[in-house]
Design a protein around this ligand. Structure first.
Ligand SMILES: [Zn+2]
Length: 274
């Protein structure tokens, strides 16, 4: 089994929103060298391409190619979207068997369609939790703000073929594990190889400081669930020495978690090979 990190461009988020309930005095020194004059932080769109003997799994699709100029400008979205990024990394999108989505927010599900609105991964099954689809296409004005509903309606029927209700092994060694928290149907992806386990916790672990279970973003729709599930997953990650990939970290996206009092610390490692 091989896991490749594929970056589908970058965008910029409000720094305060990324730290949610955490007072600025506790976080501003952490980002002093990267925060912009308009208080934003650069966010990578980290995706994984997992090669297994049974097939290929893509985790996440980034923002994609279908946003208008105004939105592109607002999000300051730059770099290669998922399709050219995959090609550049040597992977043909037509060979992807499964697209595993942590959740369906705009910066994760935007790449399911190509620029012209055709399925970007023609033979793939999209695996997301049924609960995520239901809330993404629902009517709660606070919750739907992070989803691009017109785009999701275009892929709803495609997505329905892969609805998951709970944990599922999508291919041998590759599992989706429901977490909730960040969004109602958010899920983690856990890859168990012979020599190591790699976990992608989606937007429960965006950046190094996410290692503190109580440091959650303003975008977490169910914050108390995020705190609880992060504590459980991170304990398991430590106990089983998992390698972690952060969803939006631009500089040190691969690392591991170290226990630190009642929280954890993220320690970057070099990207694993093999
Ligand atoms: Zn995100």
């Amino acid at each position: 089994m091989q896991v490749a990190l594929v970056r589908a461009g970058t965008f910029w988020s409000d720094a305060g929103a990324l730290f949610g309930p955490v007072p600025r005095i506790l976080w501003d020194r952490l980002v002093a060298d990267e925060i912009t004059a308009d208080h934003r932080l650069g966010q990578a769109l980290n995706c994984l391409l997992i090669e297994t003997p049974a097939g290929r799994v893509l985790v996440e699709t980034g923002i994609g190619e279908r946003l208008n100029d105004k939105t592109r400008e607002m999000r300051r979205y730059e770099g290669d979207p998922i399709l050219p990024a995959l090609h550049r990394a040597g992977f043909d999108p037509a060979t992807v068997d499964i697209v595993a989505m942590s959740h369906l927010h705009f910066d994760h599900a935007g790449g399911l369609l190509d620029a012209s609105g055709v399925r970007a991964f023609p033979r793939a099954v999209i695996v997301a939790q049924r609960a995520e689809w239901e809330i993404a296409l629902g009517t709660n004005s606070r919750l739907v703000a992070s989803y691009d509903q017109p785009e999701l309606r275009l892929v709803r029927d495609w997505g329905a073929a892969g609805w998951a209700d709970g944990e599922r092994e999508v291919l041998p060694g590759v599992s989706v594990v429901p977490t909730g928290g960040h969004s109602a149907g958010h899920q983690a992806v856990v890859i168990r190889g012979r020599r190591r386990t790699v976990a992608f916790f989606g937007d429960l672990a965006m950046r190094p400081w996410s290692a503190n279970p109580r440091w959650i973003t303003a975008f977490d729709d169910f914050p108390l669930d995020s705190v609880a599930v992060k504590g459980e997953l991170f304990r398991q990650a430590v106990a089983e020495a998992w390698t972690i990939v952060l969803s939006h970290e631009p500089r040190t996206p691969v690392g591991r978690l170290i226990p630190d009092r009642d929280r954890f610390v993220y320690e970057p490692v070099r990207a694993p090979t093999g």
